[in-house]
Design a protein. Structure first.
Length: 248
């Protein structure tokens, strides 16, 4: 693999997740400010299933990206190769953004602020995925186990705020976003396993060029974290600013 090799198809897939998320968040914001017919984003299966689909696609893409990154770093066979400077630099960006999300959500939703949302989950799961990467084909059963565990084991002890991150709660915490390690680690591990297989057997499915019409999606996918951190500021700025100007 050359240093300049681009994985446009992977980036485009991540771009699809970004666009889907943006549409979902825009609808949430419009509903919050009563600019669309009232919806229940917390209980309506239509919105809940979309959220599950968006998070699943994000985490699967994150797993695919980890497979690509590990191969670029020599396969990640050694601990040092898996946890090099580049990894920790990116991890710090994700963790820092997670803290900003918590702070921003506390200002907007002080009673349901985000203590362990998607970026918090990704920050923890990236480390766990790197630790598990050498498992190879065993990643598939590990992924299945991570998904299955919270379906069969939950305990009230995990309902305490400091344990919500595990996902083993018996009562869902009151929060605007919650992406616990279990079962979601299973989705990232599945993406990592799929990525390792694709790089070995069907590399072009990840690295192949995309049609010109899809190039914006690939570009968006390469800047996914930046877009994630700014899109709500734009949406809310337009909605609140437009209301103050009497546009709606």
């Amino acid at each position: 693999m050359t240093e300049r090799e681009r994985f446009d198809r992977l980036d485009a897939l991540r771009g699809v997740a970004i666009v889907w998320m943006a549409i979902f968040h825009l609808c949430f914001d419009l509903n919050l400010y009563a600019l669309m017919p009232a919806q229940n984003f917390y209980r309506d299966p239509f919105w809940l299933n979309q959220r599950t689909g968006i998070v699943s696609l994000f985490l699967f893409c994150a797993g695919l990206a980890q497979a690509v990154a590990l191969q670029a770093q020599g396969g990640g066979s050694s601990f040092g190769a898996r946890f090099g400077v580049r990894f920790w630099r990116r991890w710090a960006q994700v963790a820092g953004c997670a803290l900003l999300v918590s702070l921003g959500s506390w200002f907007m939703f002080p009673k349901s602020w985000i203590g362990f949302g998607v970026l918090h989950g990704i920050a923890v799961m990236l480390i766990l995925a790197r630790l598990a990467a050498p498992a190879g084909a065993w990643l598939w059963p590990l992924a299945a186990l991570a998904i299955a565990v919270p379906q069969f084991f939950r305990h009230p002890w995990f309902n305490q705020p400091f344990a919500h991150w595990t996902g083993l709660v018996t009562k869902k915490p009151i929060t605007e976003d919650w992406v616990p390690v279990l079962p979601w680690l299973g989705v990232m591990l599945a993406g990592l396993a799929a990525g390792q297989w694709l790089l070995a057997h069907r590399r072009a499915l990840l690295a192949g060029a995309v049609p010109r019409a899809l190039a914006p999606l690939a570009l968006l996918g390469r800047w996914s974290l930046t877009f994630y951190m700014t899109h709500q500021l734009v949406f809310l700025g337009v909605i609140v600013g437009g209301r103050r100007l009497g546009w709606w």
